[in-house]
Design a protein around this ligand. Sequence first.
Ligand code: FAD
Length: 361
Amino acid sequence: MTAPAASDCDVLVLGLGPAGASAAAAAARAGARVIGLDKRAVPGLPVQCAEFVPLSLGAEVRDLAMDVVQPIEAMASYTEGDGPRLDPLPGHIVDRARFDAHLVETAGAAGADCRFGRVVAEVRDGGVRLTDGSTISARVIVGADGPHSLAGRAIGSVNRVLSHTRQITVPLRVPHRATDIFLSATTPGGYGWLFPKGAVANLGIGVDASERRWLRILLEGLHATLVREDRVGWDVLALTGGAIPAGGLLPPTGSLGATPVLLAGDACGLANPITGAGIASAVISGRMAGEAAAEVLSGRPGAFADYAEEITDVFGPALERARRRRAAVMAAHAAGRLGPTELRRSWIAYESYWDDREAAA
Ligand SMILES: Cc1cc2nc3c(=O)[nH]c(=O)nc-3n(C[C@H](O)[C@H](O)[C@H](O)COP(=O)(O)OP(=O)(O)OC[C@H]3O[C@@H](n4cnc5c(N)ncnc54)[C@H](O)[C@@H]3O)c2cc1C
């Protein structure tokens, strides 16, 4: 399966985060000539993540242990200051920069040509144009370029509902093995979090995009509370943030003229609209997109439609429940009646989140 002389590669992967690196590895392993492009100077930096991954990701990522900083055993949910309610939730806190670099190394070892410091300006039939004016031609495009995906925009799949986040890294005073979640009417469409990472912790807040102007002051308030409780220190060791798609699943495939385009990860809205978790779904969907792209090139065009169907089957139901729960929170916020009952109904730890009668409401 080699590209005709006219094409620079068989599969062009736009974005080399978890989804893109996984897609590049899978397509290269299947024999495709792969070029991956990312605007970042180096893989994974700057980190825009609270760095929690579920235990099950170990089945998908070989040598995940190399990237793990500490284990997580439980989730502690606080609603308007009450609690915590403790639920088992085994997982890991990873070093996200190392994790992303590790996935890119794996893609490179499989034969993908991963290029950094390359900004794509346009995605079009037959390939992409970079901001430096150069072009790269391809037979299939995988769009793994995150929540503001250019590839998605080119085929009409656009994340229109977003959460915005602000996160600081602070010293952790007391070793901790749970991810703490703070639900409050002041953070509609999101929540506060304290995720321990060895001697430090990622402390952040996410809210609906319409409320992002409050992020700084809300995070300062949460930080001050946790300092008073002697759980974390005053020092701010790092500051980050970013957008998370929160509108649910978008159509994961489309075409630009004769060129098939497959979207993976945040580009097709796979981050959970309630929890914001998107690393695992990015890795899994990226691998599936890379495999499907290679299959299409091997003469099985049906792999393209199968990809869309599988993504919908695997991720659709959980995303749809979360999308509805988040929409209900935003409606309650708009009506001025967002309180503990609505907040609990919008969080995965509480029974009412999983109640289908509630979901249909
Ligand atoms: C503050 C914060 C905390 C989070 N915490 C967690 C968490 O604890 N656990 C979890 O599971 N998820 C978390 N998430 C979500 C998670 O980070 C994403 O769901 C995940 O990164 C999606 O992977 P991706 O590969 O689809 O996209 P991304 O990781 O966004 O990768 C997209 C890549 O595309 C590149 N790119 C974009 N546009 C272009 C262009 N025009 N040209 C070239 N390159 C381009 C970018 O540079 C980037 O490297 C968090 C998100 C935020 C913002």
